[in-house]
Design a protein around this ligand. Structure first.
Ligand code: FE
Length: 178
C-alpha cells in the first residue's frame, strides 16, 4: 500500500496546482492594457503575430481588436461608465479618449465626440456588410476599435462609437475612491 501513496499524492498536488492557476487566471478576465502610453502618439508601432495576440488578449478583446467584430449593445464594461479617467487601447495601451469627451449617445456603446489627440486614432473607409462606414483603429497596434459617425454633438459633430472590449479604462485618482 505504501508504494501507491506517493503517486496518488503527486496527482493530487498536480490537480491542486492546476486548480489554483485556473482561479488566478479567471480573476484577470477584464481587459488589461500592457504598459500604458499616455499623451500624444509619436509614431512607434506594436507588431505581434496573430498567435501572440491570441495569447495575450482576452477572447472578447481578440475578437474585436483583431477580428473586427462588434460587441452587442449595452453589454460592454464602459457604455454606462460615468467615472472620470482615460480610455486606452486594450491591445497596446495607447491613450485614445478621455471621459471629458464621452457623451450618452443612447446606443449602448461608449461614445466620444473627439479623441485625446487627433493622431491617437486612425480611420479608414469600411464597406463591409453593404454599409459605407468609417472604421476607427489604433494607429500603434492596428487594433479595430469601432466606427466614427457624423451625428455627434458639438463641438465636433462626430460620434466615435467604440467597443468596450477594445479599450481599458484608467480612473483618475480622485474617482478611484468613489
Ligand atoms: Fe493599440
Amino acid at each position: 500500500m505504501k508504494t501507491r501513496t506517493k503517486p496518488v499524492l503527486g496527482v493530487l498536488l498536480a490537480l491542486l496546482t492546476a486548480a489554483s492557476i485556473a482561479v488566478f487566471t479567471q480573476g484577470d478576465a477584464a481587459p488589461k492594457a500592457k504598459g500604458c502610453y499616455m499623451g500624444r502618439y509619436r509614431g512607434d508601432k506594436v507588431v505581434h503575430t496573430d498567435a501572440e495576440w491570441k495569447k495575450t488578449l482576452s477572447p472578447e478583446a481578440y475578437r474585436i481588436l483583431r477580428g473586427h467584430d462588434t460587441e452587442k449593445a449595452c453589454t460592454g464594461l464602459y457604455w454606462d461608465n460615468h467615472k472620470e479617467g482615460a480610455y486606452v487601447c486594450a491591445g497596446c495601451g495607447l491613450e485614445l479618449f478621455v471621459s471629458k469627451a464621452k457623451f450618452n449617445s443612447g446606443t449602448g456603446w461608449p461614445s466620444f465626440f473627439e479623441p485625446i489627440y487627433p493622431e491617437n486614432v486612425a480611420t479608414r473607409p469600411d464597406h463591409s456588410f453593404g454599409m459605407d462606414r468609417t472604421e476607427v483603429y489604433c494607429p500603434r497596434c492596428g487594433g479595430h476599435l469601432g466606427h466614427v459617425f457624423q451625428d455627434g454633438p458639438a463641438p465636433t459633430g462626430l460620434r466615435y462609437c467604440i467597443n468596450s472590449a477594445a479599450v481599458s479604462f484608467i480612473a483618475d485618482k480622485a474617482d478611484e475612491k468613489r
